[in-house]
Design a protein around this ligand. Sequence first.
Ligand code: F6R
Length: 592
Amino acid sequence: MCGIIGYTGKESALPLILGGLERLEYRGYDSAGVAIIEEGSLIVEKQVGKIRELVRSLWGKPFKGKTGIGHTRWATHGAPSVDNAHPHTDSRGEFAVVHNGIIENYLDLKRELESEGFKMRSETDSEVIAHLISKNYEGDLLTAVLKTCEKIRGAFAFAVISSREPFRVVGVKQGSPLVVGIGEGENFLASDIPAILPYTKRVITLEDGEIADITPEGVNIYDFWGNPLTKDIMIVPWDLISAEKAGFKHFMLKEIFEQPKAVGDTVRGLLSEFDSFPFSLKDFSRALIIACGTSYHAGLSAKFWIEKYAGVPTEVVYASEFRYGEHPLGDDVIVIGISQSGETIDTKFALNSAKEKGATTLAVVNVVGSSIDRESDYSLYTHAGPEIGVAATKTFTAQLAALYYLAIGESPKKEPLLRDLLKIPSIVENALESAEDVESVAEKYLKKKDFLYLGRYLSYPIALEGALKLKEISYIHAEGYPAGEMKHGPIALIDENMPVVVVAPRDRVYEKSISNIEEVRARKGIVISVGFEEDDKLKKYSEDLLKIPEVPEDLTPFLTVIPLQLLAYYIASKLGLDVDQPRNLAKTVTVE
Ligand code: F6R
């Protein structure tokens, strides 16, 4: 996690870097800092907390330097503190480094540097990079960085500036993301494209083992042996407007309301992209889906669709658990990695290991050019646009669309199924019209301390997703469970204080879900159900019914998730919490 940015050019670096950091803040927000080369000297300013604390501490300090780096941190090694905040400098204050990722051998390097007289001021793994560059410096920053890369191990990206060479930023990518932005008389480095989108849409995506040497006049890319490389420049299609709040109170709410477009754009994209794929799911004897968090829940839904329409046995595994099993895989297996960011390290490692074992890997990603996109054999894109809120919403329904499309690809009934899928954006639009009703329900329950979310069949992954949304942004304990398993334990939790959200559209398991609702009521639990709008029976059995328009059974996940996203959003928002940047989380998880 962590976001890094670097700039050198014709403008004052500070405002550009602070603006970029705000757009990177979703990656972590425990502390932030900048380093600017001001009249030949390195100035460093760091603060604990969000970027706004850093901005406050910079009031009245109008630095004009035209080269600088910035960092927003998600703490791994060392608690959030000013000492542990980046940038880190060498002992003489001539080199400043911002780093994202982990230096695995930092303890050995630290011991070695300390025995040579270097003094560490932080508990971080990152500080060793600044000292190593200083130690290796003999008049050329790039050479010092190349020598440093020989010593460090791990998954990382970093950027360095030096007062010895005031118009140069050198950036390294090995495992964590780093892009180069190409401007006119100015150039950029950043962890992610949105950080630099206001300034340029011309971007080079660095691969692992690459180094970017940027000056105001140009960009040179090298490998770790110092050999020059030629790279393509990509023109980014996203515009900045789609990364602003557009009148919504939070990005999360805006993104919930963008779901009709996200699903529609995804399906339209797939119509042209997927049909050129040289394989079909039926070519494989088995499918394995690997993902984390919300993307994992999309995978659980996809399992039902793939088994039903493609007839391919499908297993869904948490990427973080994948590496501990033996998982016999061969070329008869397709491994589908689902990831919004395309940078989740667990998913990336799991996919790479599956590929090494001979499986075909297919990525379902939102960020084009991300590591998972590049390293997989094939990619399907969710065209949801940038998602800024830490809690995934529109990318989830876009993932559902991509996975459903993949599953029905082989069905003889593909045409009518596709026609139904194409109606989903406008049906989701209708579901969003009930947002105010969900808001009133949120008001009733926001003081509750625990929630249970239940669902069966296709509604089970949605129960998990609803619970995840609530806990991550409202900090209220919520548990998602298969409704049929309730009697094997969780039913003991139910009393008159427990809201139980039951996802119960009229599908093949509807009657069984109604029985579960009766069991909850018999124990005085408070039933909040999610079901079709004309469902009087469900209404009668529930304290509150969160209504969705009626759709065919297979498409219910696109609709049932909407009121659950809204419920979590309104509860957290009414509790006055930081919905877009909940505590302890980051949008892109590049640590194991
Ligand atoms: C929850 C959420 C996370 C992500 C998970 C995987 O709202 O956003 O659980 O789904 O960290 O991230 P990606 O999809 O980027 O691999």
